[in-house]
Design a protein around this ligand. Structure first.
Ligand code: XMP
Length: 326
């Protein structure tokens, strides 16, 4: 039997009971596979790696070493949440690396999207590799591979995710959710007690805000983007759109226009709102946002975020516009 093929008899995990059964079985299997050895996991804070971390903490506790690399391109509060949930609440063996300066220094003056992606992906592997080299006696590498990753092995995750790890790492893989679909991973995550915010997190590209801070990234514009994005998420939560829209975020281009603030000329960047619905990310439609919500978001972003003086709405479906701006 091929371990990478989901048996036809495998029931879809839709309830807490089924999730608990799955978790109990995985705990047994992981313990049998790993014994008293150590397991390393790159914990991005995304749904898949978070669920794997929570599952492995249950199965093998401190034998799991989680490494969270903050590349400085996370959304507001994300790395803090990883530290809070895994470092504190679940008492994991967590190594937190703030590599912000390394990434932003390398990205300085680089405007070309593919080049930015390559730098971020390459540096991620380097940082993770350096950390792994410092650790001793690690025999296993855990990964948040899920079934769609196996089915579309040249899909989104495989070809442009930052989490790709060095091929020469000689470690046996531990992939406890590799036969699950995304909705099942979420049910398992909830059953493991992870917060909804983590379990129902929107898809977020590996290169993070790097693909939304357009052109050459500067710290001030990246900061403005992060703050504006946090306001958008907050307002979508408040008005109930968060549960209806598949992906929503802000992009900030490297472009200034003239404005006025406190009776003075105020040059700033525009914040572009992108809010789309899709089932497979291959095509996407535009979600309507009520005008009162748009006005509120605009008022807050222009008043609260240093450097932003306009708010724009992207009405372009995919095709022809991709979801990200890059
Ligand atoms: P595009 O912009 O191609 O994006 O319409 C389609 C979906 O893929 C997400 N995306 C990524 N996801 N790693 C990921 O895991 C990445 O590097 C990456 N780049 C884009 C994007 O957010 C959208 O949901």
């Amino acid at each position: 039997m091929n371990a990478n093929v989901r048996p036809e008899t495998m029931q879809r995990i839709t309830t807490k009971e089924l999730a608990d059964e799955f978790i109990a079985k995985q705990i047994e299997d992981v313990r049998a596979q790993v014994g008293d050895k150590k397991v390393l996991l790159a914990l991005s804070g995304g749904v898949d790696s978070s669920v794997v971390a929570a599952l492995l903490i249950k199965a093998i506790g401190k034998q799991l070493v989680c490494v969270h690399v903050n590349h400085g391109l996370m959304r507001k509060g994300e790395s803090e949440q990883v530290i809070e949930v895994f470092g504190k609440e679940l008492d994991a063996n967590l190594i937190y690396i703030d590599a912000t300066d390394r990434f932003l220094d390398l990205l300085k003056d680089v405007a070309e999207p593919e080049k930015k992606r390559k730098i971020i992906g390459g540096e991620f592997i380097k940082v993770f590799d350096e950390e792994a080299a410092k650790l001793e006696g690690i025999d296993f590498l855990a990964q948040g591979t899920i079934y769609p990753d196996i089915l579309e092995s040249d899909g989104v995750k495989a070809h442009h995710n930052v989490g790709g790890l060095p091929e020469d790492m000689e470690m046996e893989l531990v992939e406890p959710v590799k036969l699950l679909y995304k909705d099942e991973v979420r049910v398992v995550g909830s059953a493991l007690g992870l917060p909804d915010e983590m379990v129902y997190r929107q898809p977020f590209p590996g290169p993070g805000l790097g693909v939304r801070c357009l052109g050459a990234i500067t710290r001030d514009r990246l900061h403005a983007l992060r703050e504006a994005d946090a306001i958008l998420r907050e307002e979508f939560d408040k008005c109930g759109l968060a549960g209806k829209v598949w992906q929503y975020f802000i992009a900030v281009p490297d472009l200034k226009s003239v404005g006025v603030r406190n009776d003075k000329r105020y040059e700033g960047w525009p914040a572009i709102i992108r809010a789309v619905n899709t089932t497979d990310a291959m095509t996407a439609t535009i979600e309507e946002i009520p005008y009162d919500v748009l006005h509120k978001i605009t008022a807050r972003i222009t008043a609260e975020v240093e450097g932003i003086n306009r708010v724009l709405l992207d009405l372009t479906p995919k095709p022809v516009g991709t979801i990200e701006w890059e």
